[in-house]
Ligand binder design. Structure first.
Ligand SMILES: Nc1ncnc2c1ncn2[C@@H]1O[C@H](COP(=O)(O)OP(=O)(O)OP(=O)(O)O)[C@@H](O)[C@H]1O
Length: 258
């Protein structure tokens, strides 16, 4: 079966530095794959190449077998590749519900262009509320976005990404900058999305316990190259990964690999 997403020799150079170096990877549908690797390994750059924010120097990305090299980031989102919003893209002085409603509306507008009457307005609100419940944020629906904690903002980003209803979700460090108490809620949100069974998820994370808990597979980037790709067990036992990256950096007491 054709993977839903794959890359072929994906490469980008910044001046003399090759940040992503001939990466071949593929994702089966409805799979959750995590990307790990030390700082500067090329994880975010790899994401940006997939989402279309960066153009590769060589190689290509394929969505359901279709080449994406000529597709803009917006075109890729329309096709079904969603990347989490940065919170800077939301309206800080609107409420949480209003922001998600706008995201739902933008998706519906793309599809139907017919949202003028009350019934559809109500449907949008209901969809937004459903998403806020899914990300455990419904209790903050009437709060101004600017008042949210960091963890709550990350949940809002996920709700807005889900509003776009894309088949693939690209989540770049959803727990970055969170307090330890906030992490389990995000873990729960991602687990719920995964268990709903209709999304393919690509996740960049540094928290090893979370990665091992959630992932169907893990790929390891190192100096822009794909060092390994396998099940969590395979990756934990992979000698090359141990020597190059995990060895000495990860033990059972240390939950975050940097
Ligand atoms: N626009 C750019 N111009 C020049 N160099 C860049 C650019 N973007 C990324 N790089 C370089 O490419 C390399 C990979 O960066 P990237 O941010 O993808 O790593 P990362 O694995 O996501 O790291 P982190 O875990 O710290 O987020 C780094 O050496 C970085 O300095």
């Amino acid at each position: 079966m054709e993977p839903i997403l794959r890359t072929e020799n994906l490469t980008i150079r910044f001046g003399g530095h090759t940040a992503v170096d001939h990466v071949n990877f593929n994702m089966p549908e409805k799979h959750l794959k995590s990307i790990i690797g030390p700082n500067g390994a090329g994880k975010t750059t790899f994401f940006n190449l997939i989402s279309g924010e960066l153009k590769p120097t060589a190689g290509d990305v394929y969505f359901k077998g279709q080449s994406l090299c000529q597709k803009s980031a917006i075109a890729r989102t329309r096709m079904g590749l969603g990347r989490s919003f940065q919170i800077t893209n939301v309206f800080p002085n609107l409420t949480v519900l209003e922001n998600v409603r706008l995201a739902v509306q933008s998706k519906e507008k793309i599809r139907y262009q017919l949202f003028r009457h009350y019934k559809s307005y109500q449907a949008i609100t209901e969809k937004a509320e459903e998403l806020l419940t899914l990300v455990l944020l419904n209790n903050k629906r009437d709060a101004l976005t600017t008042m949210l904690s960091h963890g709550e903002k990350r949940k809002l980003e996920i709700a807005m990404l889900l509003a776009l209803d894309t088949e693939i979700l690209l989540l770049d460090e959803p727990t970055a900058g969170m307090s330890l108490e906030e992490v389990p809620a995000i873990l729960e949100v991602i687990r719920t999305i995964k268990n709903n069974g209709d999304k393919t998820i690509l996740l960049i994370e540094h928290k090893m316990d979370m990665i091992l808990d959630l992932s169907d597979s893990i790929m390891v980037l190192f100096n822009g190259q794909l060092l390994a790709d396998g099940t969590p067990d395979e990756i934990m036992q992979n000698e090359t990964v141990q020597n190059a990256y995990l060895g000495g950096l990860y033990d059972e007491h240390l939950t975050e690999v940097k």
